[in-house]
Structures are given as C-alpha cells and as structure tokens.
Design a protein around this ligand. Structure first.
Ligand SMILES: CC(=O)SCCNC(=O)CCNC(=O)[C@H](O)C(C)(C)COP(=O)(O)OP(=O)(O)OC[C@H]1O[C@@H](n2cnc3c(N)ncnc32)[C@H](O)[C@@H]1OP(=O)(O)O
Ligand SMILES: CC(=O)C(=O)O
Length: 536
C-alpha cells in the first residue's frame, strides 16, 4: 500500500531546468511529466507560469494533453511583491490561471535576504507569505511553501526562520519545505534543524536540497529521518549549479532502505527505464556511476569481485539490480581473471565450463592484449572472437581476407578507401567514400562483402573513439580505436590497436565483420546494451 502521507515531489521541470545546458521544449516537458507519473511520483512541479512563457504554455496544454494517474500537477511561483495587494499581483494571478490543484510558493526565510534581496521589512515579508497563502487556499488550492535559504537563515536568525514556518502553516500551507538553497549544509546540521523546526512549529515539513557539498541526497535522507514528510528532487539530480537531490536515488533509498513506499513497490522496476527515457528527452548523457540507474551501478570489473559474484551476486551488490530495473554486468579487462571471463562468456551466451583451460587461456590473452593497449570493456564482439578461438583451440578460417588497402584524405576532410580482397577464393576490389577514414573503409568493406554475405547488410557503424597511447618499456606508442555497432536490434563494440588510427580502425572493422559472419544463432543471447558502447 502506498504511503499516502509521504509526499514525493519532483521539480525536474522547474528547478531541474535551471541547470546550465538544459533547455526543454513544451513537448519535452509533457513527455517527462508522463514518465514521472507512470513511475508513481506524487507531485510534479511543471514550472513558473507567468514568469516563463514556455511554462505558461505547458500548463495550458497540460489541461488537455496530460492525463496524470498518480501525480498532481503543481505550479511554482513567488509570494506577492512587497506592498502590493495580493489580488493585484499579476504573478499570483498567473498561478491561479495555471489551474493546478497544488501551488508551491517560494518565500524568503533568511533575514539578510529579506533585507538585501527583497528590500523590505521582516514584517512585510511575513505579511506577503500570509496573504499569498491565504489567497490561494481561499481559491481552492493546496499550497506548499518553499522556505528559501532556510538552513542558512536558521543559523543567522533562528526565531525569524521559525516564524516564517509558523506563519505559512497558520495561513494554510499544507507543507513547509525547508530549502538548502545554496547547498552548503551537511547531514548532521540538516537533521538537527529539521528536528528542531518540527518540535518548535508542529508544521508538516518538507525538504529541498542542492548538491553543492555533494550531500543533497544524504541531506534529504537526514531530513526524512528527522521527521520530514515531503522530499523534493529532480530526475538525475538535474538543477542549478551542482544540481538538486537526485529523486531517483532518494526514492529508491526511501523504498529499499527505509521501507517507505513513496511510490508503489511494483513500479520500482521502472526506475532505470524511466531514467533512460528522461535522459533521451533531455539529451544529457547519463552519469554511468549514478546510484541505482547508472549503467555502471551494478557493473563489476575486478577479478576478486567476479569470483565472489559467481557464488552469490549479493556478495558484491547492495541490492538485486532487477528490483530497480537494472542488470548486473561483468567487464573483462586486465583486472579480471578466469571468473570474469567465465561470467562474461555466460552473459554473451557461451556455455563455458567453470575452470576450463580455454577460460584460463582467454583470461591470459586478455591481460596480454590489454598490456599492448587493447581494452575489452566495451568491445564485446572482439572479446567473443578471442573467446571462440580459445574454445575452438584455433582461429577459425576466415571466409575472406584483405590483401591490400589504402585511404586517401582530401583537403575538404573527406576520405576515400580502396581495397583488394579475396572473397571465397575470388579476388575483388572495392572503394568507399566517407567523412573519415573509418567510414570510407566501412563503406568499401560493405561494397565488397554485402553481395556475398547478406548478413552484413544490417551491420551499422554507430560510433568511434580514438585514443593515442604514449607507449612505455613494454609497448611502443600506438593508437586504440573503439567502434560501436548496431546489427538488427543488437548493439556491441570492437577494438583495434595499431601504430596509426586508420590501421586500428580497420582491425576493429574486421572484428565486427568476422563477428557477424561467425555468430552462431543458437549461441546468441540478446546482448543489447550489456556494456556502454563507445560514444560516437
Ligand atoms: C531559489 C530558486 O531557485 S527560486 C526560483 C528561481 N527561478 C527563476 O528566477 C526563474 C524565473 N524568473 C523570472 O523569469 C524572472 O526573474 C521573474 C519574471 C520572476 C522576475 O523578473 P523581473 O521582474 O524582471 O525581476 P528580476 O528577475 O530582475 O528580479 C526578481 C525580483 O523578484 C523579487 N523577489 C525575489 N524573491 C521574491 C519572493 N520570494 N517574493 C516576491 N518577490 C521576490 C526580487 O526582489 C526582485 O524584485 P525587484 O524587481 O523589485 O528587484
Ligand atoms: C525554492 C528553491 O528552488 C530553492 O530554494 O532552492
């Protein structure tokens, strides 16, 4: 049963959009609201109507285009201006015109801000809070009050900060949200201030934290532990400066670590997919190490970890990733041993025997190649070819070979590749044009091979990264190229290392072709997105 008394409040569409680099269209905002609603978030703050034209339009369209099931839409705005009748304040009028069931008002709670930013008296600030809350409540709105700079204000003038909370609550604000606006507080301070505020005012208290000390989530948890019944945050922690409390982390922590069902338990599996969808809408790449929803959140690289994970995944994971819709992944690298290879092989659909010689040889080969600059973390297809060779005891004969190649780059930056190949015993030549040498080589390979091997027609190069390797006592300077591919509905990567980038790119391209041509369907599993593919 969902805990009705706890208010989980998302401010992605308002405070989240205060993040540098984030600019959402109205359509984007509607899409994000739908995703958050489907996840079961209780309140979605849509923006500041009357101040931001796009937000006014969002609320207008939301009336007919948003069919929210779990969430209540909330309009955000400030208390009335000083010395203006509330009924005459156009911004307050715009809040009512948004026609949301809930309005969240931001108000000053720090005497220094009342004096220097608002430039009014402490009494008039309290009057602004009282009259604006009462006006909105009389108009039938549920009102939350965001007490801006509360924690700094409490240190500076505790009595006044508490008076702001009392004034708002007495005027009819359902919840008074204590904001760590500058994000400079630490968990112990937050816990003490929240506890004292509840004790001194009896108000229902919420929490809104920023991440300037890297403690936004910890501060939010501390506030809830101290009795806060409302937590605000944003998807992926988007927000002004260092961001807001990451609502995904907060909600998973509350459900899984505190047993508070702030969203319906069965929807928690939607957490990772929701994070993915919202990142696609915003266009901001996800942070791999983000708790619960990151691609690396349950990814294991160290050999000792892999060894224990084979026995019980719980030995190196704080929860079962399936509970939040994520999955365990194992990386093969020079930091792994036989266990990493064995787990990765199983993940890729190879039924390898535990402790087999082939697994040991593959682990040794990975270490040796990585010492020469290779990296298999995001090159599943190259690793699969290596593994297949070790399982078979030899490199299987290739159905074609590249006998000669060259790439010319013209002054405009385009590239032309020409190749001599032997395909099923027959000599062939091919040419290809592309933006960069790797694209020209890719085009030439497709021209030569697609007519003979139809399986290759679905192979698409989707990205590549190039890294120069300085070299040391054990290896000369070289270049590593990581390629990512889509083939049908599957995605995977390959790696090549050579003295120059074009040679490394060709090695990685050939791995991709050999992988597709030698991929036995009965051994295949859907390996979609098992590892983060190199960025394109
Ligand atoms: C902590 C937070 O993140 S709160 C959310 C902040 N979000 C935003 O500011 C985004 C939207 N803001 C805007 O579009 C504009 O700032 C507007 C439309 C609100 C105001 O624009 P302008 O009238 O041109 O004023 P400007 O932005 O220069 O300054 C803000 C004004 O609001 C006043 N103000 C600040 N806080 C409050 C408050 N809690 N209640 C009433 N007025 C306030 C300031 O004193 C200042 O008044 P002044 O114009 O008399 O100096
Ligand atoms: C209200 C708000 O966003 C803040 O104080 O940070």
């Amino acid at each position: 049963m969902v805990q009705q008394s706890f208010q989980l409040y998302d401010t992605t569409l308002r405070d989240g959009t205060q993040m540098a680099g984030l600019a959402l269209t109205v359509d984007d905002k509607l899409a994000i609201a739908r995703s958050l609603d489907a996840l079961g978030v209780g309140f979605i703050e849509g923006g500041w109507p009357g101040a931001v034209p796009k937000d006014t339009e969002f609320f207008r369209r939301a009336r007919t285009e948003l069919d929210l099931r779990a969430a209540l839409l909330t309009a955000f705005g400030a208390t009335r201006r000083p010395d203006v009748a509330v009924s005459q304040d156009p911004q307050v009028r715009a809040l009512l015109q948004a026609e949301t069931p809930v309005v969240t008002l931001v108000a000053k709670s720090h005497t220094g801000h009342v004096d220097r930013a608002l430039r009014t008296t402490l009494a008039e600030n309290l009057a602004m809070i009282r009259s604006t809350v009462q006006h909105l409540v009389l108009a039938g709105r549920r009102v939350f009050l965001d007490a801006e700079h509360y924690f700094d204000g409490y240190v500076s003038n505790r009595e006044y900060a508490l008076e702001v909370v009392r004034t708002a609550a007495e005027a009819g604000a359902e919840t008074v949200v204590l904001c760590d606006t500058n994000g400079g507080s630490l968990p112990e301070e937050v816990k003490a201030v929240v506890a004292d505020t509840i004790a001194m005012t009896g108000a229902a208290i919420g929490i809104h934290c920023h991440d300037d000390t890297g403690c936004a989530v910890a501060n939010t948890m501390a506030a809830v532990d101290a009795g806060a019944v409302h937590a605000q945050g944003t998807a992926h922690g988007y927000g002004e400066r260092c961001g807001n409390a990451n609502l995904f982390t907060v909600m998973a922590n509350l459900v899984l670590k505190r047993g508070r069902e702030v969203i319906p338990l069965e929807r928690l599996v939607e957490l990772e997919p929701t994070g993915r969808v919202i990142a696609e809408v915003t266009g901001i790449p996800r942070v791999p190490a983000a708790p619960y929803v990151g691609t690396a959140a349950f990814t294991h690289k160290a050999g000792l970890h892999a060894s224990a994970l084979r026995v019980d995944p719980g030995l190196y994971q704080h929860i079962d990733p399936a509970r939040v819709g994520n999955a365990m992944r194992v990386l093969v690298s020079d930091m792994g041993g036989r266990s990493s290879v064995e787990l990765k092989a199983r993940e890729l659909g190879y039924d390898v025997a535990a402790g087999s010689d082939a697994v040991g040889r593959a682990a040794a080969r990975v270490k040796e190649l990585e010492s020469r600059g290779y990296s298999f973390e995001s090159a599943d297809a190259s690793f699969a070819l290596l593994l297949r060779a070790e399982l078979a005891g030899h490199t299987p004969p290739a159905p074609f070979g590249v006998e000669s190649w060259q790439v010319a780059v013209d002054g405009d930056g385009g590239a032309q590749a020409s190749m001599g190949l032997r395909v099923a015993g027959t000599p062939r030549t091919a040419t290809g044009l592309g933006r960069e040498p790797v694209h020209a080589l890719d085009a030439a390979l497709h021209q030569a091979l697609d007519p003979v091997f139809p399986a290759l027609t679905g192979l698409r190069l989707t990205g590549h990264t190039v890294r120069e390797l300085a070299g040391d006592r054990t290896a000369p300077p070289s270049v590593r190229v990581l390629l990512s591919f889509r083939c049908g509905d599957r995605r995977w990567g390959t790696v090549g290392v050579d003295r120059h980038a074009t040679g490394a790119a060709l090695t990685a391209l050939l791995d991709a072709v050999h992988y597709v041509l030698s991929d036995a369907p009965e051994r295949r599993r859907d390996t979609e997105s098992l590892v983060a593919a190199p960025a394109g």
